[in-house]
Structures are given as structure tokens and as C-alpha cells.
Design a protein around this ligand. Structure first.
Ligand code: CP
Ligand code: NVA
Length: 309
């Protein structure tokens, strides 16, 4: 049966941990200057409904370095669901390439794509979640702290796609995740419930609070994302009124553990969810995270497109 990469909730704690180990190995291999032709001759179609820097470049370069080829398909080309239906796109692409990575507005479109494609589908972000980002985030935390189990990650801001994947990832990895989110912008209750149930198996702690200042005490790292995700632009002015207490700035960071890391999936809206001082400061892990997108995605690609699985 084909394997998709749609949500970390589809993966057991062991499978997620194995994937992370593979990412660590692939990163070390590349750092040592070794060739990585694990996907020689394989092809990946990259379907985008939204803009991207990291996802587009990291997947394309990953496929290149693994000996395969990636094809970028811009939003206006396919016009997913408008020029052609999602099932038709999925079936046509399945005749040409070995895998599809898609960035979509509606998560349902991704599920439909996976249902109709005879080849693996990778989630490059939907309105619901962003699992490739969460895998890169875990890799970054593990590199900086040496472990995931028990570390305290405090997320500040919008209960969005990035937080949904972070919750699933943290629950699988046995981490403490505190999400400080204002009323009206909470993550979906079913995502929180799933993570809290998984946490009972792994020893993780998943907590939802509102007050940013009390949440950050004892944090090993702080994490934030844009207040206005792609597709929510009409709400930007309202959101700019709600979210300022959740900004990661020097004052808030000072309340966390000394030397606590600062994380952001990027792109950053400097002066909104994060200040320049913090984003460019000594505690920033932002560009390690961006780099680790590539290493984490290589592991996903090798696992689901590779012949050895
Ligand atoms: N973090 C992330 O997914 O970045 P892009 O939107 O640039 O791909
Ligand atoms: N939450 C953001 C993440 C961007 C990588 C968005 O969906 O726009």
C-alpha cells in the first residue's frame, strides 16, 4: 500500500522517532560530503496553491541531492479544483511522476488528492496542518537540547496549522507543549484532544492557556508564527489588535529559562509576532529550523518514495 505524509497523527511515536533518526543520518551524510542517490530516477510533482520559499526550495533541492527530480507547478498553472478537479489532477499526475507534494488551502483537497492518487502524497501545508514544518522543528530542538522527551516548548499566538502539527509532534515525542493562545483563536478541539490522548501513552503534556507571560516561565524554547496565515488576509487588521500580548520580544524572552531558544517557522512579520532584536539575537534558532526543513523532508521522501520504504 502507498504511504502518504498528510498528518503526524497518522504516525506512531516510534515511526515519528525513526523518521527523525533518518533525518539526522541524512544530514550527517550530507555534511560529510557524501553522495545521497537514494531516489535516483524518481520524480516529484510539487503543486502549489499558495506562495512559498522554504517548502518549494527545500523539496526541490532535496530531490536533486537524492538523485531525483522535482517539478514546480505554480498556483496559476493547475488552478486546482477550478481548471480541473482534484481527482482528475491526482490521477493524471499519478501517470507521470512517483510522488506529489501539495500546498493547498483546503485540507480536504489534500485528502481527496491522496484518495485518488495511486502514488504517495506529501502535505506541504494546508489550512489544517503543516507536518513537514513540525518534523524540522523537532530536529532543531533535538540538535540544540540533545533530547525531546520532557523539554518545555511554549507556543505563542494563533491556534493555526503550524500549532496543530506541533501538538501532534510534541505528543508523539513525549514533550511538554504549552500553547498560549487568545480566546477566539484556539486550535481545533479535536486536535487538542487527540494530542492529549496520545500524551497519555508517551508521557507528553499538552496544555492550552491564555496568558503569555505566565506560560513562558520555565520554557526551554519559545515558538511563534504569523498572526495572519495565508488566506486570512481580510482579518489582518483585527488580528493586529488581538495578538500584541503574544509578541516574542526581549521582555517576554527574559521570563523563559536563561538561554531559551526562539523558534519561528518563517516567514516572519518582524515587529508583529517577533521583534528584530529577538529574531536576530543569540538565542534565535530560526535559520537552523529553515535549514532543517530540507533534512527532515529528505527523510520523508526517502521513507515514502524510496524502494526500501
Ligand atoms: N515555513 C514555511 O513553510 O515556509 P514557506 O511558506 O516559505 O514554504
Ligand atoms: N501559518 C502560516 C504558516 C506559513 C508557513 C500560514 O499558513 O500562512
Amino acid at each position: 500500500m502507498k504511504k502518504d505524509f498528510i498528518s503526524l497523527a497518522d504516525f506512531s511515536p516510534q515511526e515519528q522517532s525513526d523518521l527523525l533518526d533518518l533525518a539526522v543520518a541524512l544530514k550527517a551524510e550530507q555534511r560529510a560530503g557524501k553522495a545521497q542517490p537514494r531516489l535516483a530516477g524518481k520524480t516529484l510533482a510539487m503543486v502549489f496553491q499558495k506562495p512559498s520559499l522554504r517548502t518549494r526550495v527545500s523539496f526541490e533541492i532535496s530531490m536533486h541531492q537524492l538523485g531525483g527530480k522535482a517539478l514546480y507547478i505554480a498556483p496559476e498553472e493547475i488552478q486546482l479544483g477550478k481548471r480541473e478537479s482534484v481527482p482528475d489532477v491526482a490521477r493524471v499526475l499519478s501517470r507521470y511522476v512517483d510522488g506529489i507534494m501539495a500546498r493547498v488551502f483546503s485540507h480536504q483537497d489534500l485528502l481527496t488528492m491522496a484518495q485518488w492518487a495511486s502514488i504517495p502524497v506529501i502535505n506541504g501545508l494546508s489550512d489544517y496542518n503543516h507536518p513537514c514544518q513540525a518534523m524540522a522543528d523537532l530536529l532543531t530542538i533535538r540538535e540544540h537540547l540533545g533530547t525531546l522527551r520532557g523539554v518545555r516548548l511554549v507556543y505563542l499566538g494563533d491556534g493555526n496549522n503550524v500549532l496543530h502539527s506541533l501538538m501532534a509532534a510534541a505528543a508523539n515525542a513525549g514533550m511538554q507543549l504549552v500553547a498560549a493562545v487568545p480566546d477566539g483563536y484556539k486550535p481545533l478541539p479535536e486536535v487538542v484532544a487527540w494530542a492529549q490522548t496520545r500524551a497519555q501513552q508517551t508521557g507528553a503534556q499538552i496544555e492550552l492557556v491564555e496568558d503569555a507571560r505566565s506560560a513562558v516561565r520555565g520554557a526551554d524554547m519559545l515558538y511563534t508564527d504569523t498572526w495572519t496565515s495565508m488566506g486570512q488576509e481580510a482579518e489582518a487588521a483585527v488580528r493586529r489588535q488581538v495578538f500584541p500580548p503574544y509578541q516574542i520580544n526581549a521582555q517576554l524572552l527574559a521570563l523563559a529559562k536563561p538561554g531559551a531558544g526562539v523558534m519561528h517557522c518563517l516567514p516572519a512579520h518582524r515587529g508583529e509576532e517577533i521583534t528584530d532584536e529577538v529574531a536576530d539575537g543569540a538565542q534565535s534558532w530560526l535559520f537552523d529550523q529553515a535549514e532543517n526543513r530540507m533534512h527532515a523532508e529528505k527523510a520523508v521522501l526517502v521513507r515514502i518514495l524510496g524502494d526500501s520504504g
